[in-house]
Design a protein around this ligand. Structure first.
Ligand code: WQD
Length: 335
């Protein structure tokens, strides 16, 4: 038996592969390498001692999926594959809808034909939109503020409708808050192409001298220091949340959505100061205008993950930022 990770050489997927292999699961990765590298497969082997089975495949391609299911006994699928840049989704909506929806539909159609009924989906806190009060709870109304967020919301609705029509399915939407950091080995981590959209990779590149300074997108939000507050979660904690979801799905049915966060928010300036303190580096910054679409505060109510999965995040900000810097130094040294 094995678990198929679509997009499994990506940032979250690779850390989840490590977690699953260490827990004794067989892992099969399907990835088109459009935003990751095949070398990640061997790095997963270096960390765990076991190499996942790897297929270079676009999971919109049903024939490729049929081959993977024919050659492996897939008991469950964790679906990471998808485009995820918020800004790009605004300028290229058709590309995002085509890629993200086709990928999810192709995977679910193949699963249904092959009698594989456990589907875990990489969703996002972005589905809580702009109008809910923090901390965000899974039963709050969903909405989207950009095409990327809309694809996440639409795929959750597809999962709900599938489970209504076919009660044999178990579909779990894992709503990530802000994943940061890297495996302590420094062998795998986030490798953004081009200018990083997200805060921590940008801070890492300022620290390594690739970027001159951090631009803080607004300091006039209704938060303690005026800068945006987010729920940062160590990527290895997030990976452990996927393992917990895998165990849950082995004897459950129906659709459920679960937050994967810490329940604690930190502001941009708190992140800057913590990174400087933990790593002994200076992060020059400049306050700049707000980024369109950003909300003031976003952090999770973590009750459901604790009650349903028996899981909660364990690592603190120091671990996140130390591991993030360790990865950045390893990455830039090996380039
Ligand atoms: C965090 C905070 C910014 C960069 C997005 C997506 C979410 C998920 C994670 C994919 C905010 C501020 C950032 C910078 C800054 N995406 N910031 N300067 O926007 O919370 O979430 O990424 O899975 O779905 O919505 O994350 O890291 O971009 O921003 O001041 O150069 O840092 O304003 O307050 P975000 P982020």
């Amino acid at each position: 038996m094995a678990v198929l990770l679509t997009g499994g050489t990506g940032y979250i997927g690779s850390h989840t592969a490590v977690e699953l292999i260490n827990a004794g699961y067989g892992v099969v990765i399907a990835d088109d390498l459009s935003n990751s590298e095949e070398s990640v497969v061997d790095r997963i082997r270096m960390i765990t001692g076991t190499a996942p089975v790897f297929y270079r495949a676009d999971v919109k391609d049903r024939s490729k999926l049929e081959k993977i299911f024919a050659e492996n006994d897939i008991e469950a699928v964790i679906h990471f594959a998808g485009f995820k840049a918020v800004g790009e989704s605004v300028s290229e909506p058709l590309m995002y809808y085509r890629n993200n929806l086709d990928s999810a539909l192709s995977v679910l159609e193949t699963m249904k034909e092959r009698g594989c009924t456990r589907f875990i989906f990489s969703s996002s806190a972005t589905v809580y939109g702009m109008h809910n009060q923090v901390p965000f709870r899974e039963d709050m109304p969903r909405s989207s503020t950009n095409p990327y967020g809309s694809t996440k919301l639409m795929i959750e609705m597809i999962m709900e409708d599938l489970c209504t029509a076919d009660p044999s399915f178990c579909c779990v939407a894992l709503r990530y808050f802000n994943p940061v950091g890297a495996h302590p080995s420094g062998l795998i981590g986030e490798k953004p192409s081009g200018v990083p959209n997200n805060l921590t990779p940008y801070i890492q590149q300022v620290a390594s001298g690739i970027r001159e300074k951090l631009y803080v997108f607004g300091d006039d939000y209704d938060t303690p220091d005026g800068t945006g507050v987010r729920d940062y979660i160590h990527v290895t904690d997030l990976a452990a949340g996927h393992l917990a979801a895998m165990k849950y799905s082995s004897d459950s049915r129906g659709f459920t959505a679960v937050n994967l966060g810490t329940g604690r928010g930190y502001s941009v300036l708190e992140m800057v100061r913590a990174f400087e303190k933990v790593n002994g580096v200076k992060i020059p910054y400049e306050i700049s205008p707000r980024r369109p679409g950003d909300i003031a505060s976003c952090y999770a109510d973590v009750t459901k993950a604790r009650e349903l999965f028996g899981w909660e995040a364990g690592k603190g900000l120091e671990d996140m930022l130390r591991d993030a810097w360790n990865w950045e130094r390893n990455r830039t040294a090996s380039e």
